[in-house]
Design a protein around this ligand. Structure first.
Ligand code: NAP
Length: 487
């Protein structure tokens, strides 16, 4: 099956922070891949903007280098790259000063789609929004894309929403969460709402529990001091894991429309129960000989007294009819055994087993893998083949997209490129609405405040492990087990 490429209208896309790390690793290589797919119409322009002084050619050399590093070799011949670079421009602007803004105003066209990607520190979002307005650059249909973190608590998120709202309407604001741009995540909605098979089972009567895991093998490394002000709850749970939870738990929207989908997600966040200390395990990776001599978290954070978590596991409950009694176990951490993100929907036992083979029996699990190898697997029980009586065995029904699409997987668009194209098309379905972000902070704030007030210290865990021992207990005491973290 060949994936269809839907054309988009010509655009001017300005990347504030065009010379930064995110632009270099994700945004610019992603745009090149969309160009290869035919989604950068002829007159479109990609305009890098940052304080650094350089001309178009200087920025083109930067872009070419980024593509050389982050796009696979087979996809970058000199001629195609030269054509792509013909779309690339650069303007020097300071978000906090007035220099360069008139140049940008002169460059921008009013009769094409305008998008402004704020790939700069969040403290600059307000300055950018205000200048885009004051220099009469942004049209009424222009879109702005804002990166995470969107605030560090409810108050700061509210203030940021209010600042952006001074110059842009909610329909112009695209708060990016790249987890929502993953093929699998969107497929989750297709599987749930385009099939009759799953929805009747998608509730507390048939789902025993859900596990959401986002495991990383890297530590906080060079950005330890920055990360230390955030921690796993703010950096990962409040946004990515809660968004995944919403997509699993939400009711069917009345149609696949941005506000209808986001209304349903918001209801899930509002239905989250408060949780107490017994439902949370926080951890910090250790260093020393068992870590191969690598630094511990507190060394990376450059604060020997740091109580910030590099790992967190939570038991979350949703107070509504559909999910009463079905726990959602969430965990995320750094320096874990493998880089793996998975949502596992674990179904209940059959009401009565007619088979003697209890050992072979396993519950049905729908596993939704976000990385690596995006795809879904449904485990079902069958009879072990061959003579020797009725022994049961588990087989996976594999819904791997790469195979289903007849591709090697590398052609599945990266989350960033897919989301950027959604911005150009004006589709906000996969972007967080302001009220969703605020509701998520309203739930996480008191949890964080409570552990800070108690002075809780995170538990140590060894790099390369599955996290702190106590996290195992979170499920053991409910008679359950975490799934293995593996690539
Ligand atoms: P970065 O590498 O530090 O780059 C920052 C960019 O902003 C540079 O191009 C810089 O160029 C420009 N800049 C700084 N001050 C400016 C000003 N006053 N006016 C105009 N431009 C200015 O940062 P990054 O890692 O790319 O991150 C960008 C944003 O994405 C942040 O909000 C971050 O939280 C978010 N994010 C990043 C990642 C990632 O993997 N890197 C992942 C998720 C989210 P000049 O110094 O020349 O101005």
């Amino acid at each position: 099956m060949v994936s269809r490429v839907i054309p988009v209208d010509p655009f001017d896309l300005v990347i504030f922070g065009g010379t930064g790390d995110l632009a270099r690793r994700k945004i610019l290589p992603g745009l090149y891949r969309r160009f290869l797919a035919g989604q950068v119409p002829d007159s479109s322009r990609i305009i890098g903007a940052a304080r650094g002084e350089m001309d178009d050619d200087g920025f083109r050399a930067f872009v070419a280098e980024a593509i050389g590093e982050f796009v696979s070799e087979g996809k970058r011949d000199g001629e195609t790259l030269a054509r792509f670079l013909g779309h690339v421009h650069y303007v020097s602007v300071d978000a906090k000063g007035d220099g360069g803004w008139k140049d940008l105003a002169r460059l921008m066209r009013k009769d094409v789609v305008q998008a402004f990607y704020f790939s700069v520190a969040p403290s600059l979002f307000g300055d950018l929004a205000e200048r885009l307005h004051r220099f009469r650059i942004a049209t009424e249909t222009a879109r702005i894309v804002v990166e995470k973190p969107f605030g560090r608590d409810l108050d700061s998120a509210r203030a940021l929403n209010a600042t952006l709202a001074e110059h842009f309407t909610e329909h112009q604001i695209y708060r990016i969460d790249h987890y929502l741009g993953k093929e699998t995540v969107q497929n989750l909605m297709a599987v749930r709402f385009a099939n009759i098979l799953f929805e009747p089972l998608w509730n507390a009567r048939h789902v025993d529990h859900v596990q959401i895991t986002v495991a990383e093998t890297v530590g906080v490394g060079g950005r330890g001091a920055y990360y230390d002000k955030s921690g796993a709850m703010r950096d990962m749970v409040q946004n990515h894991l809660m968004q995944l939870l919403c997509l699993i738990a939400m009711e069917a929207p009345y149609r696949f429309d941005p506000d209808a989908v986001r209304d349903e997600k918001l209801k899930v966040i509002r239905a989250l129960k408060e949780i107490g200390p017994e439902d949370i395990v926080r951890g910090q990776y250790r260093g020393g000989p068992r870590a191969g001599g690598e630094p511990s978290y507190v060394e990376d954070a450059e604060d020997p007294a740091s109580k910030t978590e590099s790992y967190i596991a939570l038991k979350v409950q949703i107070a509504n009819w559909r999910w009463k009694g079905t726990p959602f176990y969430l965990r995320t951490g750094k320096k874990l055994r493998a880089r793996a993100s998975e949502i596992a929907v674990v179904f209940k036992e059959v009401p009565h087993s007619i088979f003697d083979d209890e050992e072979g029996w396993r519950e049905n699990v729908l596993s939704i893998r976000l990385q690596p190898n995006e795809g879904m697997t449904l485990s079902v029980m069958i009879k072990e083949p061959g003579p020797g009586g009725m022994r049961l065995t588990e087989v996976p029904l594999d819904m791997s997209f790469a195979e289903a699409l007849g591709e090697d997987g590398t052609d599945i668009p990266d989350a960033y490129e897919r989301l950027i194209m959604d911005v150009i098309r004006g589709n906000q379905t996969l972007f967080m609405r302001g009220d969703e972000v605020e509701a998520a902070w309203a739930w996480t704030d008191p949890i964080i405040a409570a552990w800070e007030a108690r002075g809780d210290k995170p538990k140590g865990y060894d790099p390369g492990s599955s996290g702190p021992e106590d996290a195992l207990m979170l499920l053991h005491r409910d008679g359950r087990r975490w799934r293995e973290i593996r690539e």
